[in-house]
Design a protein around this ligand. Sequence first.
Ligand SMILES: *Cc1c(COP(=O)(O)O)cnc(C)c1O
Length: 375
Amino acid sequence: MNEKIWLSSPHMSGNEQSYVKEAFDTNWVAPLGPNVNGFENDLQTYLKENSHVAALASGTSALHLSLILLDVKHGDEVICQSKTFSASANPIIYQGATPIFVDSERETWNMCPIQLDIAIKDRIAKGKKPKAIIAVHLYGMPYKVDELNKVAKQYNIPIIEDSAESLGSRYNGRNCGTFGDLSILSFNGNKIITTSGGGALVSPTAEFKEKAVFLATQARDNAPHYLHSKIGYNYRMSNIVAGIGRGQMTVLDSHVSKRRSNHEFYKNAFKAIGEITFLREPEGYFSNRWLTCILLDSYSTREGLRLALEKENIESRPLWKPMHQQPIFKDSPSYLNGVSDELFEKGLCLPSGSNLTDIELNRVVSAVNTYFEKC
Ligand SMILES: *Cc1c(COP(=O)(O)O)cnc(C)c1O
C-alpha cells in the first residue's frame, strides 16, 4: 500500500525546537512567558494595522471570548455564516444565545451580503436585533469585506471575523485577521501554521486585548488573595506551544506560497477535465489557498472521486456541511439561497499541505485522471 497522503498535515520548519528548548531551559513552563509575548509580537508585526493579539488555547476559545466581549448573553441572537466549520457556531450556544444562519454567495463561497440584509431585517421585524455577525474566510478565500461591512454598519452590528483558515490571505492588500470589530485565528494541527493546538484573538484596541487576557486567566481581580467579580476562563496559550508558534512564523509566507502553488498545479493538471471547476480569485483578493477545493458536476461524480482517492490511500473531504443542515442546529432560523447546499453536494477538498512532495501531488493527479478515464 502507498503511504497515506493527508489533506493538510503539520509542517515544522526546524526552528520550533529552539524556542521550546529555551522555555524548558529557563523553566517558563506555564501559560505565560517570553514565547507567549514573542508570538503575539510576531503576529502583530505580520498583521500590521495596529492590531493587538492575545494568544489563546484555541480558535474556538477566541470566538467564545469575542462573544463575551461583545456582551452576547442568554436569549440574544447572533448571525453566523452557515457554510463553515462547527467551531464558528458552537460558542454562540455556549453563551445561551441563538445562532441565525446565513447562506453564501458564489464568488467567494462566504456570507452573502444580500441574504445578510434580508436576515437582519427579518430578525428586527420579529423583535430582536442580532447582537453580532460571525463571518468566515472559508478555505482561505476572503469574504466580501466591503459589502458585509456596509450592511453591518447600516444596522450598527459588530462583525467577528473568523480568520481561522485565512492567516496570510489579503483583501485589497490588507491582511485577513484585521477586518473584524474582533478577529480570531487558529493554530490547530491542520491549519496554515500550527502550534499543535492554539488560537488568538485579534482586536483593534489595547483595551479589548487586556480584557481578553483577564478573562482567559480566570478573571483574577487585583488583590493579594484570589478575588473574582467576573466568571473567568482558562483559555490562555501555554509558553511551550507559543514556542512552536514562533518557529512557525518564520515560514508562514513560504507555507502560503507553497499552498498557492499546489492550487496552480492542480488547476493546470485538470484543465482538460470538463467536470472539474475551481474557485477563482476575484480582483483584489489574495487567498492563502489553505485548501484547494474543486467542484464536480454532480454529487455522484464527487462521491465516486472521493472513494477512488480513498482506495489510493489519499485523503479528500467534501466541502464543509452547512450548519443549517447539521442535526445540532436543525431548529435554528436560517436564511438560504441554495448556494451552500450545492457546494456541499458537489465540492471536494484535495490534499493541500505545504509539505506535499511532487511525487505525492503527481499521485493525486494520476488517481483523479484514472477515475475520469474509467467514467
Ligand atoms: C479550525 C477552525 C476554527 C476553530 O479553531 P480551533 O483552534 O480548532 O478551536 C474555527 N473556525 C474555523 C472556520 C475553523 O476552520
